[in-house]
Design a protein around this ligand. Structure first.
Ligand code: FES
Ligand code: FES
Length: 154
């Protein structure tokens, strides 16, 4: 059934008439053209579809739109401030913390959520916080280093 869903997306108010069961991932990618959020497994297992909802990293492939009502959503497209990319984006690029790049938006959004909860995580806390985000290219070591470096800057 179609519902009117009001929420904030990357700082802007949004009102959509959509099926309340439709998953946020498809609204972002297909309806709104925000293709930075990636479809990996579709089963909440890989983390490639991660965004921030009310300050917490959330997987969107299983998240119904009805759960987004009244919430604040931030996607990878919303991290830059003007022309300045976020330190996490910069450190991922500088340290080559990616290979194919498919997992990268989900990695960065999960790391962003991690740093919101804990500004100066230890290496162990970063590893623990990121271990359920999968990277088939095996860039984990550099991903952890990039997050560590970004945490010293935010
Ligand atoms: S696509 Fe959502 S967790 Fe894999
Ligand atoms: S960089 Fe290719 S899956 Fe992570």
């Amino acid at each position: 059934m179609k519902e009117t869903i009001r929420f904030r997306l990357n700082g802007q108010p949004k009102t959509l008439k959509t099926d309340g069961d439709r998953k946020l991932l498809w609204v972002l990618r297909t309806d709104l053209g925000l293709t930075g959020t990636k479809y990996g497994c579709g089963e909440s297992l890989c983390g490639s579809c991660t965004v921030i909802v009310d300050g917490e990293a959330v997987r969107t492939c299983q998240l119904p739109m009805s759960a987004v009502q009244g919430k604040e959503v931030i996607t990878i497209e919303g991290l830059a401030e003007g022309n300045a990319i976020h330190p996490l984006q910069e450190e991922f690029a500088n340290r080559g913390a990616l290979q194919c790049g498919f997992c990268t938006p989900g990695m960065i959004m999960n790391a962003y959520g991690l740093l919101l909860a804990n500004k100066r995580p230890s290496r162990g806390e970063i590893v623990e916080g990121m271990e359920e985000n999968l990277c088939r290219c095996g860039a984990h070591q550099r991903i952890v280093e990039a997050i560590e470096a970004a945490s010293r800057r935010v």
